[in-house]
Design a protein around this ligand. Structure first.
Ligand SMILES: [Zn+2]
Length: 697
């Protein structure tokens, strides 16, 4: 395998020297990274390096595959399964760098490359999973699996690789394989386009405020941030709000001007639905139709069946049953919340019906009436670096990890922080990048990914991305509670990547089923706002005073406040996803009509808009969460159940922490998810802790 890469590099060298194209010769993506811990040499990588690097890496990978199938010796686990699992390293290296940079530092050029590359990589991977000779070898080994001596991890690898071929269409006839290739190729391009459109629509809208009166109700810090955004847009003495959440949510919560709240929220919920060049409606219905067609080619009724077949939940019925149970319990709670908000509106003499652009504003008011608590009272205790250090402290107390900030490691943007992570014995564990603030070149939301995944002998290089409140004026970045939880959430994913201790990259870190992957991340969220933990890290950014007990008390008392809204907003999206992916035909529907019908069927209340409307539901139409958005809630059952053990035995109970590390955080996908959970917990998870936490029992 190594030989193949070297051969191709030499071929590339000759090609370069005779055609005088120095870029191919000096392509840093194709050379060994001469950096600390072998992280990507960001300062050397130029946009024009990607396409030649992809081309070389795909060629190298194909040669490795040829080597496997042309082996004249009988197929064995080692010469086929293991070799296959270890192949394509250069391609993974190039694509992980490209994909991560395209997500957090994109440009027109990068998007153009993505559009060029998507069909090529789609074809490349289809060429492998539809390679009959290769499948024949894999199948032969799979059929003898009872007779060969394999470790648990090797058995798992064999199962997953075999299943991957089946699911990739290896059993189809030539004609159907051709259809599948076309579907995969078209889907790859459509998904990219969908994502790009959402980013463009998010960047395109600006609420420009020219009169000071229109800022009425907004906290000073929010006004300062809006002034900064205006300046960045070349506007003096004006204020700009955008549909990026750190800008939009405070405006919705505090702006007294109702018509302006309406304007901003409408802009947010209409992204991708404006009948302009960035409209996503046709794209998403085409994706839904192609998904159904693909599922049926592969012998499933619909795409959800295809996806769930390898998840913990197994069938759409199980997901619907779980999600509907939550929905039915949460809807009346949210309806009661709406009644309370309406009462507040009426008591103020507001002569109107509560609408979705009012919810944040009146719930914030009600929160401060009821609990004498305003989100802004909490922010000073959650300065970004302190919150980050709070998360590091929890990982230290649970797993003994240490985090050392390094300024000698290349970064791709000046705002990115980078840490070396050390084991309890001070040996190197991995690298962690943290990229905190929004910019127009970065996708929305928060996510974790890897520049390099862990495998035997190779340490992980993990990256986390956020879109948080920025420092403004003389204030550092002071986070909202939601942002605090998000920090711990993504950090939980990062730990899953960092603590991974697997032999094969294919099974390592977060390569688990979609409805298990949010468990290690959400588990960490429990620590972010636990009173015992808050006392350890939440300190006033100016005075250093530890968050006072009475503030924690108020915060705790208001814990379930507005939770009906939160659960309904989320669950509606989980169900919308399931309806899109249980379509049993390939008819291309009217996207808005379909969405409306689903909402009507669910009795969705008009005062709440589904967390993601279809035209900007990137999780399911661009990311890997099709028939998988329910996963967050599903995994909440696991994390609530798991955290209840720590609540009982102590938040840093050493024995429980080591069970958690040894069976969950370090194990990747080396055994089925439920088996791993039971090994940690001693039994399957019960619903109780989840229902109680959400006030649904
Ligand atoms: Zn997550």
């Amino acid at each position: 395998m190594k030989k193949a890469i070297i051969t191709i590099l030499i071929a590339g060298f000759f090609l370069a020297s005779c055609t005088q194209k120095p870029t191919e010769m000096d392509n840093p993506l194709l050379s060994k990274f001469d950096t600390p811990f072998g992280v990507p040499p960001f300062e050397k990588i130029k946009v024009e390096h990607f396409i030649p690097a992809y081309e070389e890496a795909m060629k190298a990978h194909s040669l490795e595959i040829d080597e496997i199938i042309n082996n004249t010796e009988p197929p064995t686990f080692k010469n086929t399964i293991e070799k296959l699992a270890m192949s394509g390293k250069l391609l993974k290296q190039v694509s992980s760098i490209f994909n991560n940079l395209n997500a957090s530092l994109t440009s027109d050029k990068m998007q153009e490359i993505a559009q060029t590359i998507a069909p090529l990589t789609s074809k490349h991977y289809d060429d492998i999973s539809l390679n009959a000779k290769l499948f024949k070898r894999v199948k032969l080994i799979y059929e003898q699996k009872e007779d060969i001596k394999l470790s648990t991890e090797q058995q798992r690898l064999l199962d997953i690789i075999f299943k991957g071929f089946e699911r990739g269409g290896a059993n189809l006839n030539d004609e159907d394989q051709e259809k599948l290739r076309k579907i995969n190729g078209e889907m790859a391009i459509l998904k990219l386009k969908f994502d790009e459109n959402v980013l463009a629509e998010t960047n395109n809208f600006k609420l420009i405020i020219e009169n000071k009166e229109d800022l009425s109700g907004l906290p000073v810090s929010v006004i300062q941030a809006a002034e900064k955004t205006a300046k960045e847009n070349g506007l003096d003495n004006k204020w700009v709000f955008t549909t990026h959440k750190p800008s939009m949510l405070p405006f919705l919560a505090y702006a007294d001007k109702r018509d302006l709240r309406k304007k901003l929220h409408k802009a947010y919920i209409m992204r991708g639905d404006n009948n302009n060049e960035y409209d996503n409606k046709k794209i998403l219905t085409r994706i839904a139709s192609l998904s159904a067609e693909k599922a049926q080619l592969l012998g499933f009724e619909n795409y959800a069946e295809y996806v769930l077949d390898v998840n913990m939940a197994k069938t759409p019925e199980k997901v619907f049953s779980f999600t509907n149970k939550v929905w039915n319990a949460a809807l009346p709670i949210a309806q009661a919340e709406a009644v309370e908000l309406q009462k507040l509106i009426d008591s103020e003499g507001g002569n109107f019906k509560l609408e979705h652009w009012d919810w944040w504003y009146y719930s914030e008011k009600l929160r401060s009436h009821k609990y004498n608590l305003d989100e802004e009272m909490l922010r000073p205790y959650f300065e970004l670096n302190q919150v980050r250090d709070g998360a590091f402290m929890v990982a230290n107390k649970l797993f003994g990890l240490k985090f050392i900030e390094r300024d000698d490691i290349p970064v791709y943007h000046k705002d990115v922080q980078v840490f070396e992570v050390l084991n309890p014995d001070d040996s190197h564990l991995g690298i962690l990048y943290m990229d905190w603030f929004p910019r127009s070149s970065k996708g929305g939301g928060a996510w974790m990914d890897a520049f390099r995944k862990q495998e035997e002998g190779i340490s992980p290089v993990i990256t986390t991305n956020f879109n948080f409140t920025e420092p403004s004026g003389d204030k550092p970045a002071l986070l909202s509670i939601d942002e605090v939880e998000t920090t711990f959430h993504e950090f939980g994913h990062a730990l899953h990547g960092l603590l991974s201790n697997c032999k094969y990259e294919k099974l390592s870190g977060t390569s688990v089923t979609r409805d298990f992957v949010e468990f290690p991340s959400q588990f960490m969220e429990n620590y972010s706002t636990d009173p015992e933990i808050l006392k350890l890290y939440a300190k006033h950014y100016k005075t250093g005073e530890i968050i006072p007990d009475e503030l924690i008390e108020k915060f705790k008392n208001s814990g379930l406040f507005n939770n009906g809204f939160v659960v309904v907003e989320y669950t509606a999206a989980a169900l919308l996803d399931m309806y899109w992916n249980t379509i049993n035909d390939t008819v291309e529907r009217d996207a808005i009509q379909f969405e409306n019908d689903v909402m009507t069927k669910m009795n969705m209340m008009p005062e709440i808009i589904v967390r993601y409307r279809s035209p900007y539901f990137t999780h399911i139409f661009a990311g890997g969460y099709s028939a998988g958005y329910y996963s967050y809630q599903w995994a909440q059952v696991l994390d609530a159940d798991a955290f209840s053990v720590f609540k009982k035995k102590g938040l840093f109970d050493a024995e429980t922490a080591s069970l958690l590390k040894d069976n969950i955080y370090s194990r990747g996908n080396t055994e089925p998810s439920m088996d791993l959970y039971v090994k940690f917990r001693g039994s399957e998870p019960k619903l109780d802790a989840f229902l109680e936490r959400n006030g649904l029992n």
